[in-house]
Design a protein around this ligand. Structure first.
Ligand code: UTP
Length: 302
């Protein structure tokens, strides 16, 4: 088993949500399987965990999530067909996802919220700090975040969350953090958290985004956490309790992320992710950029 310098080796990827913002596409297909260029969104997330040294991945799945397991498993029929055709490059693409990481799965019986999904990871995670990567949150591979969060956890102990500055009118869509500066410009101490606040109640416009490095003390807190916003067991509520502690499970620090991030569960952000990543691709980018430029120019003249 690969251990990072901190001893953190496990990544948990909650992917059991209903994906209602993307209906009807997500009626029978998990939103995490929607393609971003030519890979499902979830593959980028697993690749990110592996790039940060976490090759033991536990995915929290639910109803309709079978395609997630199939994607990270071998597909012998397809491999044989491509071998017969001598199509080595596509064969390599097919094998990529099954060779990436050691995958484990647990089902969340009912989608009772992100906090409940994380609690389902306890038997696998045990008593070591672990990372959580939301399956529908895509961090651009060119802007690494998780490795920095692991370093900060090593320095300060406790738990570390990822924060991003958003427009004040957007903060009601996220968890909002009360923060204090630290000597590191990209690190803050988190002193409070509110899930999806009314703009007037938001302690700051620093929004919680979908990457966490958590102390296992979070499990005890989650067990006692009552359903909150949206009648779901909220991870934010458990983290607020840890933020108030200096001992077990606390403190909570935030790494302020200024890179590119897409919520692939949101239709607009999903489209932006595809356009940006397609433009950067060596194989598709040159032609696509030319087309996009012509298209946008024509649209602006219309
Ligand atoms: P979201 O709130 O973005 O996911 O949860 P959702 O509920 O699927 O989305 P909409 O609003 O209905 O479109 C954030 C992450 O937590 C996971 C989701 O899969 C997503 O990765 N999640 C959420 C769970 O695993 N279980 C839950 O009970 C809720």
């Amino acid at each position: 088993m690969t251990l990072t310098r901190t001893g953190i080796s496990k990544a948990v990827i909650p992917a059991a949500g209903l994906g209602t913002r993307f209906l009807p596409a997500t009626k029978a297909t998990p939103k995490e399987m929607l393609p971003v260029v030519d890979k499902p969104a979830i593959q980028y997330v697993v690749e990110e965990a592996v790039a940060a040294g976490l090759s033991d991945v536990l995915m929290i799945t639910g109803r309709n999530k079978r395609p997630l397991e199939d994607h990270f498993d071998r597909n012998y029929e397809l491999e044989e067909a491509l071998t017969r055709k001598g199509d080595a490059s596509r064969l390599a693409r097919v094998r990529e996802s099954s060779d990436l990481a050691t995958m484990h799965y647990v089902r969340q019986g009912a989608p009772q919220g992100l906090g409940h999904a994380v609690l389902c990871a306890e038997p696998h995670v045990g008593d070591q700090p672990f990372a959580v990567l939301l399956g529908d949150d895509l961090i651009d591979p060119r802007d690494p975040l998780l490795a920095r969060m692991i370093t900060v956890q090593q320095q300060h102990g406790g738990s570390v969350i990822a924060l991003m500055e958003v427009d004040p009118e957007q903060i009601h869509l996220y968890g909002s953090a009360a923060i204090l500066p630290t000597p590191d410009p990209d690190v803050v101490r988190v002193t409070g958290l509110i899930e999806k606040p009314e703009p007037a109640q938001a302690p700051s416009h620093y929004a919680v985004i979908g990457r966490y490095v958590l102390d296992p003390a979070v499990f005890d807190v989650l067990r006692k956490t009552q359903p909150g916003c949206g009648d779901e067991i909220q991870l934010t509520d458990a983290l607020r309790e840890l933020a108030e502690r200096d001992d077990t499970g606390g403190p909570v620090h935030g790494v302020v992320f200024t890179g590119r991030r897409y919520d692939t569960g949101d239709r607009g952000d999903y489209l932006r992710a595809i356009v940006r990543l397609a433009c950067e691709r060596e194989d598709l980018g040159p032609d696509f950029r030319t087309w996009l430029h012509t298209y946008v120019t024509q649209e602006m003249q219309a």
